[in-house]
Ligand binder design. Sequence first.
Ligand SMILES: [Zn+2]
Length: 231
Amino acid sequence: MPIRLTAHFAREFTGPQAALAAMGRDFLPRLEEHPDIQAYAVPGRDIEIRVIFGGRRECRQWGVPAQAMGFHAVASKMKWDGRREEYWRKVADSHDVHVNMDAAMDIGEWWDRNQVEDRESDLESWLFTVPHEVLHALEWIRETGGRTPDEMFEEGDIDAINRTSRAIRTRLNGGRPDGDEDHIEFHAREVTYATMPKATIERLGATPWGELGAAPAAPATDALPSPVRTP
Ligand SMILES: [Zn+2]
């Protein structure tokens, strides 16, 4: 059963956020076709990864720093509920990754402040965020046979979740505390370069930041390089 990547919007976006989020959304079917993504499919299990374009609010809900470009939602830290007088935490019951569209606004400030000429490479870097977070979810799926964080939590509470995260780091890069990050970022770039929506990047790169998303997006003219190959 193939892996499916679906796009979700936590709120309505306008301007540059709308333009970037649309690029991220339109990128998903291209990513989905990449064999590296489908290599994580779990026989007999229908896997959907929800890519949620959100912002600060979602970062706050999951206890992630507001400047994070994105994150894989697993479990939040413990929170105190004063009304019910008990601790609780949020645990994801689906395979969810978040893209922080509020943090993406820093790109525009950067461009304006430094009069950046090579905007396309900044847009490419931003786009890495999508496969980067998707790959975090895919490594989780590989480690757990496709079980959601909530299913792992049911099996062994937060210990099962922590064990899973540790096992992923160990498998990918020798168990260093941040050992999976380089591996995932490298893989994300590789997958992005193979599926890059070049026409969209060029179009957005040639548009002043303030005018991005002002007009309806032109129809996508990006043809998928076919067939997509990896060594
Ligand atoms: Zn990461």
